[in-house]
Design a protein around this ligand. Structure first.
Ligand code: URP
Ligand code: ZN
Ligand code: ZN
Ligand code: ZN
Length: 489
């Protein structure tokens, strides 16, 4: 396809503003956004009349080609996962580097290699799974040389990835000093371990045991603990995959008090509940196994409401797909079912249908929660997350009057199942443009391995504004009550 594209007559939507305008793209960059742009004939023209022209989705949370829970790798690699993303209107994702033998550098190099076949732009978070001087030094290298500005700490997965409070504190302090964002998987891993033992003792070995062993109270506890430790260290915090009212309310409370806490719900938690999920055959049930688990009805609607009110800020997928053979590793014991669900292809459609089509949020808010806020948090706005002159040409055209239908028979992921099987809705991504290339049009995908670029993310995002690096004010506020106490003795 041509390197010059004119998108004519659509409603151009940004997070703060919308207008009817043309968008002109040249060599991967948006050159102009205004009504009635005149160009020559050597140009691909797309008519967007009656449709929305929006920034491509940015998925802040994916696991492509990840080694996890005894499985060599998740079923989607950087090519197939991105192909699925592009067919669903997502043009960038941020994946999680898992250290190799505790080494961040080795982990980063391994992911760099995997991502060489990328068909769209991508960035990385880096997980911290142990603590020593080497890790601390490697965090500096990651931020100062490798384009990393976020680190994830798993408070669950005991014996594999889990960290304790001492490590959380060391890690949070280091994040603060580097201007990097601390992210947490918030579930109490010790309590989950106890819950799993109880289920097995009761003879509950099926997929329902997974959900029963890790109730919402354990997500609430860990979320509250992470929030308080981040407050103690005075650094911003990002809570990934918020799946429960319990966790959401802790985030709401902290934000109300002025603490910088970001909450990321994922599509599965927003649109699914556990009604009837486990009353079926193993393979059908096992495909829904993820952590934190899909909750009882009510949590989903509460998370939607929190998102519409700005208590939660952006939507991820936690795309971590396994096929039925991989899921069947846990046929006799739910503890061995690899955790994770699909979503990278479905996010833009399901969020549109659930939040915009239902009337809960505006189209501008849709752009904010699927793209712009992610770009701001990870400090790549307005290169990403905006339809502005100078921004990367990552663009979707969505037809609000067309409909989508989800099925494993037609999706582009390599998984043989889909947790949204049979779901239909209003609003369809008809065109995806990634890096100035038309990759999805007329239900046809044209993706090129190696065409995606690594996006370096600089430290000290807006979340660090007003955070005192020396902690002088913060420390004096801690000392004040002790003085008052002595003076009344
Ligand atoms: O079940 C899940 N969420 N799998 C992916 C790993 C994680 O915890 O994010
Ligand atoms: Zn404007
Ligand atoms: Zn997680
Ligand atoms: Zn995840």
């Amino acid at each position: 396809s041509s390197s010059k594209i004119l998108i004519k007559g659509g409603t151009v939507v940004n997070a703060h503003h919308q207008e009817i305008a043309d968008v002109y793209v040249e060599d991967g960059i948006i050159v102009a956004v205004r009504p009635n742009i005149k160009v020559g004939d050597d140009i691909t023209v797309l008519d967007a009349t009656g449709k929305f022209v929006m920034p491509g989705g940015i998925d802040p949370h994916t696991h492509l080609e990840m080694e996890f829970m005894g499985i060599d790798q998740t079923i989607d690699d950087f090519f197939s996962g991105q192909a699925a993303a592009l067919a669903g209107g997502t043009t960038m994702h941020i994946d999680f580097v898992i250290p190799v033998g505790g080494s961040l550098t080795a982990g980063f190099e391994a992911y760099e290699k995997k991502a060489k076949k990328s068909a769209m732009d991508y960035g990385f978070h880096v997980a911290i799974t142990k603590w020593d001087d080497t890790v601390s030094k490697e965090m500096e290298i990651m931020v100062n040389e490798k384009g990393i500005n976020s680190f994830k700490f798993f408070m669950a997965y005991k014996g594999i990835l889990m960290v304790n409070d001492e490590l959380l504190l060391e890690g949070f302090k280091k994040c603060k000093s580097l201007g990097a964002l601390a992210m947490v998987h918030a579930e109490n891993g010790d309590a989950v371990f106890e819950g799993q033992k109880r289920m097995i003792e009761l003879g509950i070995t099926g997929p329902e045991g997974h959900a029963l062993s890790r109730p919402a109270v354990l997500e609430g506890e860990a979320t509250a603990r992470a929030i308080r430790l981040a407050a103690f260290v005075n650094t911003p915090l990002y809570v990934v995959h918020v799946m429960s009212i319990d966790a959401m309310e802790e985030i709401a409370k902290a934000r109300k008090s002025g603490q910088k806490v970001i909450g990321e719900p994922v599509v599965s938690g927003l649109v699914l509940d556990d009604s009837g999920l486990w009353d079926t055959d193993f393979v059908t049930a096992a495909k829904y196994v993820m952590s934190p688990p899909i909750r009882a009805a009510g949590h989903d609607k509460a998370l939607q409401a929190a998102l519409s009110r700005g208590i939660l800020q952006l939507v991820g997928t936690d795309h971590c797909a396994f096929n039925s053979t991989q899921k069947s590793l846990g046929i006799d014991d739910f503890r061995k079912i690899p955790n994770g669900v699909n979503g990278i292809e479905e996010r833009m459609h399901l969020v549109w249908d659930t939040m915009v089509e239902s009337g809960q949020i505006s189209v501008s808010d849709y752009v904010r929660i699927t793209s712009t806020e992610c770009a701001r948090i990870f400090n790549i706005y307005p290169r990403k997350g905006a339809i502005l002159a100078g921004s990367d040409a990552d663009i979707i055209i969505l037809n609000p009057n067309s409909s989508f239908e989800i099925s494993a028979n037609t999706h582009h992921s390599r998984t043989d199942t889909n947790i949204y099987e049979g779901r239909r809705g209003k609003g369809k991504v008809e065109v995806t443009i990634a890096g100035g290339r038309i990759v999805w049009v007329n239900n046809e995908l044209t993706v090129t391995p190696g065409s995606g670029k690594y996006v370096k993310m600089p430290p000290f995002s807006y979340l660090f504004e007003g955070i005192d690096k020396t902690d002088a004010i913060y420390l004096s506020s801690l000392r004040a009550p002790a003085k008052r106490y002595r003076s009344t003795e």
